[in-house]
Design a protein. Structure first.
Length: 375
């Protein structure tokens, strides 16, 4: 937050609110991390903060809520983004699981872990292990090229020790430069054991519970691995949303505007298919079609998600995740959506293009999409 304010030249006393996405709101990310971060950063006591959870869409939802506040005229300047330290606060630390341990809900609908859902999509729609690995390799190769070309440099800044100011981290550590398809092929499927676990109400396996929703399938082909799924990482991002009046009052140079935003729900066992309807809703609101979008950021939670979205919407891979994605860079759950939006703005400027659509699949069978236009 301090770095965003420094780069924009805005005094924190003029900011109306801080909206932060965070999924595992426990331990160091518990209480209200948005407000506690405001205080820890030494920002004014009268600056408020709120923390929200829309699973993997939290960071983008934070930006969208901030945009709504600004667009409505009730706010002028809002900091928005997200954070997730998955090394210090592992997934599941809040104890809620997918369904909040709601036994009444489980009698009606038993949701399965996302890895099984990803494999279910691949099985149902015929995506092969070879296709998933090939997509993952492209993600690594594009990220390697982007890092070597310095394309992320504008958005990043070094993490320093708060006492000594020593640089602790200044480049993403997860990408695997020089990755090969042969190395991907050697990786074991990640969700076979999970799928065979007897965790259902009547000791059904998780695979069986997923298949009960799709009886036309005889079995689930487990094709996702550590190589073609998103990495577990730490990350944080903030952006500044401003009204037209605030832009003029503070001498700001706007970089992009939000043209449309939408969410959509889908069947919650297969879970990860909603980027398509969410994108279609956002496009309809903007009176656009998929062909009108210059660049796409489709979160690579699992390789099958962007592959299915590209197939559904008729999108050329050359327009999608052009600097790689979460398979190479990792997926810090609450932060990723805001990070993808920032990546899209930077790349639109670098290429001199006009529009981008950012979309993510979300636990529980949801999707979120935001369309931006460079200005």
């Amino acid at each position: 937050m301090r770095e965003t304010l420094r780069r924009t030249g805005v005094d924190a006393k003029h900011v109306d609110d801080v909206v932060i996405g965070c999924v595992s709101q426990a331990q160091e990310q518990g209480a209200c991390i948005a407000r506690n971060a405001v205080l820890a950063a030494g920002l004014p006591d009268d600056l408020t903060g709120t923390t929200l959870n829309r699973f993997c869409g939290s960071g983008l939802q934070a930006v969208n809520f901030a945009a709504m506040g600004v667009a409505s005229g009730h706010q002028s300047l809002v900091l928005a983004g997200g954070v997730e330290s998955m090394s210090r606060v592992p997934m599941g630390s809040d104890g809620g699981g997918i369904d909040g341990n709601n036994l009444h809900l489980r009698k009606r609908l038993f949701q399965v872990p996302q890895g099984i859902s990803a494999d279910l999509i691949a099985t149902r729609e015929g995506f092969t292990r070879a296709e998933l690995d090939a997509f993952a390799l492209v993600s690594q190769q594009r990220t390697e090229a982007a890092q070597k070309d310095g394309r992320f440099a504008r958005a990043l800044f070094a993490v320093r020790d708060p006492d000594s100011e020593k640089v602790l981290l200044e480049v993403d550590e997860l990408p695997r430069h020089g990755a090969t398809i042969e190395a991907f092929a050697k990786l074991e499927p990640a969700f076979v054991g999970m799928g065979a676990a007897a965790l259902g109400p009547n000791q059904e396996t998780l695979d069986d519970l997923a298949l009960a929703r799709y009886p036309e399938l005889k079995s689930i082909s487990h094709v996702h691995t550590a190589g073609n799924s998103s990495g577990i990482v730490d990350g944080a991002c903030t952006l500044l949303l401003a009204s037209d009046d605030a832009v003029k009052a503070h001498g700001l140079r706007p970089r992009a505007r939000i043209r449309a935003m939408a969410t959509a729900g889908a069947e919650p066992v297969i879970m990860l298919t909603a980027p398509t309807p969410a994108s279609q809703r956002a496009l309809a609101k903007a009176k656009m079609s998929a062909k009108d979008i210059d660049l796409w950021e489709i979160n690579e939670a699992f390789a099958v998600v962007p592959l299915q979205t590209m197939r559904n919407l008729g999108i050329d891979h050359d327009k999608v995740n052009v600097n790689g994605g979460s398979i190479a860079l990792g997926h810090p759950l609450g932060a990723t959506g805001a990070m993808l939006l920032q990546t899209a703005v930077d790349e639109l400027e670098r290429r001199g293009l006009g529009t981008a659509l950012v979309t993510l699949c979300i636990g529980g069978g949801m999707g979120i999409s935001t369309i931006i236009e460079r200005v």
